[in-house]
Design a protein around this ligand. Sequence first.
Ligand SMILES: [Zn+2]
Length: 308
Amino acid sequence: MTAMSDLKSPGSLPGNPFDSKAILDGIRRRVEVETPTAAPEQVNRLATMVADGYRDLPATIERVAGRDGRGDHLVARSAWGQDQPGILVLSHFDTVHPIGFIKRLPFHIEGDSAFGPGIYDMKGGAYLAYHAFRQICAAPERSPLGVTQLYVSDEEIGSPTSRALIEAEGHKAKYVLVTEPARDGGKVVTGRKGVARFEIFIKGVPSHAGIPPQDGRSAIRELGNVIQTLEGMNDPEHARTLAAEIGFDLVDTRTSGGSDGNFTAPHTATIDGLGVDGKGAHTHYEQMYISSIEPRARLLHRLYQTLQ
Ligand SMILES: [Zn+2]
């Protein structure tokens, strides 16, 4: 059903709508625009490129002018579902790498790894969320909740010019999905009011071309279950027990590192670590795993489809 309607809709890709080669090509284009936090004109170039990608979609774009020497922020809102609390996707444009670093770490592929400045933290993940949104738009049926993707320009320095925007959008949302990289092993971090932040170890099997998606997607269904279970619950032990029953380990990660998700987790159910898997954030060997593209894009798509 989904495949049929995808084929008929404008903007869909032929064949597998989550083809990792096509998605990687989109990631590469964003990686090749270098965006150190301290180079607002570069961040704004990327903001323009990203905004252009929504032009043919049922979405409205709000561009918030940068200040204090930082680049612009971008808010892309689905044309539907904006009259009630929806899904906020939190992403950032900026990287820690200085201009010219791409000469040292050009985009290239070695085996399952794709290298490039910011490819793992977090241009890969931000693109997956955009791609998943495109696929929602390509199908006749909209997601139950509206989807808003917020891209900020200054996460790598603690979001001084975007924090108020993140908090305002976070307060309006029912769920916050953060496209920071997956922790090692494909962990996902969740948090909600009154509940410790958790990491969810997804035990599902990645699906490959030719394998029916339903055979590889049990983890995604289960993650949806976990989120619905966490919703309306503020007993961490209870959550942990239930998650274990359906195949997840929940690990308290309150002490884990910073992310913009920390600004929303105190008041809105927040799931962090939904970006690509890989390693070497902020290093000269930063890389993402190509095999993580399809399952993680499908996971985001499934979250859009099922959160309500
Ligand atoms: Zn990041």
